[in-house]
Design a protein around this ligand. Structure first.
Ligand code: FAD
Length: 547
């Protein structure tokens, strides 16, 4: 695997430079190279796999069930067999090695190479890119595939740097692991990563103290192991299933909501639908019940009450149940992404698991030996920061990106994200980001988005090449229209009624809807429409000519 950076002074010139070797970046590499583009991937991490290289904390696994979370290329799925319905990080890493072996990707990937800066040169219509090690590259197109979770977020807990035990953010978990057995483990945060760590830690730690701010309305995963025979049988339907995941609103091949309102069916029919989705597990209860659960508070309340009753029945202590699954919804059900759990609620019935409700008993300070809340000191050997991400934009603004006018992306987005189609940014020509803000991103499962949005980008670059276009830039007007469209969609849903990372609400000062909700099909129709109209919303020009 190639790990060298170019020698200072020798500048390699590319057609396309991709940042990030996760699902999106690797798909770009494969497709663009297939078309004869000179393309490279720079990756900050130590191996392929994107978030699955970084997130190796105990219990880290997908919430997309097989076969949704994999590429749809037959050459890849034909002889790859998953061992579990919801694979874990280690199996996903092996999958990426399989992809690499099949598609011969890593000869064009430079690992351990962080892009620190990139500046657009209007005279040549190229980006000049710098890496942490002093490497430099020149590229016509810059394709950030930095994912939504490239920048971990840690709230400013006083005293955090004084803690003398092991302290790790879940996304920066040591590759060698951290022993939890027999130790006192504190977990701050009950988002997806928090839930996964807590379940694992509860099996072996002497004590697990869970610091919860907002209850996670988690759903049963219904994990199970697959035999090779089962996998082979499942594969008979793969082509059809991959086709379906491209067309459902959920982007899952088998999760489709009843188009009717939850309010217009009989109680018995609704109950049956809820029961079925609950038994199927995974995201079925989130995205596969009724079409208006995320649109109507009344319909949403029915889903919440079902979830609450199912969940409370699993928790022995009613005062603990009030914190984990309150009688009144803390926010509309599903307006925050639900985690999938495997025995999460039963953990709180164990004598070695304690719950601290940070709304009632906030953290005052972290000390050398633990966490001091208003009411008590909690002695800890390990402190797990499951505090999430500066999602979607954080990985992009961490790079000193300078557009045509020399203004940085951070400055350009100081008053909020501005994009056209969630892929292009005014004043930042020849930059097309994937899985970024204001596109379906976390509302489309990763590999599906990598292929669908990814193919649009490949076709776009092909079009520009064929027409001798050297500069493509989104117009400010198009970005304004897109921003208003995102806001209008949000106003029609309940999404804005939760302080979620979808809204950037976990980051002080960031709150605005970051994702495109109506589904990848509707989104792609607009992208394709722009392309069909000669890339409406963009200006196209040839080398050196002004846009
Ligand atoms: P990533 O996989 O995030 O890869 C981005 C890469 O860019 C990283 O390797 C990073 O190191 C690199 N990078 C960033 N900045 C730089 C830089 N400046 N220089 C060089 N390299 C850089 N999605 C689903 O659809 N289903 C799931 O079940 C699911 N589970 C998830 C579980 C966890 C724990 C997390 C964190 C996310 C999960 N996601 C899931 C979302 C997940 O991000 C996507 O599925 C998928 O990984 C996106 O792929 P990507 O290529 O866009 O980005």
């Amino acid at each position: 695997m190639s790990q060298q950076t170019p020698l200072p002074g020798s500048i390699e010139t590319l057609d396309a430079l991709v940042i990030g070797a996760g699902f999106h970046g690797l798909y770009q590499l494969y497709r663009l190279r297939e078309r004869g583009f000179r393309v490279r991937v720079l990756e900050a991490g130590g191996d392929l796999g994107g978030i699955w290289w970084w997130n190796c904390y105990p219990g880290a696994r997908v919430d997309s069930h097989v076969p949704n979370y994999e590429y749809s290329l037959e050459t890849l799925w034909r002889d790859w067999h998953w061992s579990e319905r919801f694979p874990g990080w280690d199996e996903l890493r092996r999958y990426f090695h399989h992809v690499d072996a099949k598609l011969d990707l890593s000869r064009d990937v430079r690992l351990n190479t962080r892009v620190t800066a990139a500046r657009f040169d209007p005279a040549s219509d190229h980006w000049l890119v710098e890496t942490q090690g002093g490497g430099r590259l020149r590229t016509r197109f810059l394709i950030p595939c930095t994912g939504f979770a490239a920048k971990a977020y840690v709230p400013d807990f006083p005293g955090l740097d004084t803690f003398e035990g092991d302290c790790h953010h879940t996304a920066h978990w040591p590759q060698a692991g951290v022993p939890l057995a027999g130790r006192r483990v504190g977990v701050i945060g009950t988002g997806a990563s928090g839930v996964q760590v807590i379940q694992e830690a509860a099996k072996e730690a002497a004590q697990v103290t869970v610091f919860q701010r907002t209850p996670m309305l988690a759903l049963p995963m219904r994990q199970r192991r697959y035999t090779i025979t089962e996998q082979l049988a499942m594969k008979r339907d793969y082509p059809e299933q991959f086709e379906r995941r491209r067309t459902t609103q959920s982007s899952y091949c088998d999760i489709v909501a009843d188009p009717r309102s939850a309010l217009e069916v009989s109680d018995a029919e609704r109950r049956q639908r809820f029961d079925d989705a609950w038994q199927k597990g995974g995201f079925h209860f989130w995205a596969g019940t009724f079409s208006d659960v995320l649109m109507s508070l009344e319909a949403n309340r029915l889903a919440y009450d079902y979830w609450r009753d199912q969940t409370r029945a699993r928790i022995h202590d009613p005062s603990v149940a009030d914190i984990l699954a309150p009688m009144e919804p803390p926010h509309p059900f599903g307006a925050k992404r639900p985690s999938l759990e495997q025995g999460y609620y039963e953990c709180f019935n164990q004598p070695n698991v304690a719950l601290v409700d940070l709304r009632a008993d906030p953290i005052k300070t972290v000390t050398a030996t633990g966490v001091q809340t208003a009411a008590a000191h909690h002695d800890l050997d390990v402190l797990v920061l499951a505090t999430g991400f500066d999602a979607s934009t954080g990985g992009l603004t961490a790079i000193d990106l300078r557009g045509r006018s020399g203004r940085s992306l951070k400055q350009a987005w100081a008053d909020g994200v501005k994009t056209h189609l969630g892929m292009a940014i005014p004043d930042f020509p020849n930059l097309l980001m994937l899985y970024g803000p204001q596109s379906p991103t976390a509302f489309c499962n990763g590999p599906t988005c990598a292929e669908l949005q990814g193919d649009w980008v490949v076709e776009c670059l092909e079009h520009l090449r064929q027409h001798g276009v050297t500069r493509l830039e989104a117009t400010g007007e198009a970005a304004d229209v897109w921003g208003r469209h995102i806001d209008e969609i949000e106003a029609r849903t309940l999404l804005g009624q939760a302080d979620s990372w979808y809204m950037g609400a976990n980051i002080p000062g960031k709150r605005r809807q970051l994702l495109y909700h109506p589904g990848v099909q509707e989104y792609l129709a607009m992208c394709r429409d722009s392309a069909a109209r000669g890339y409406a919303g963009f200006t196209l020009s040839a080398a050196g000519a002004s846009a």
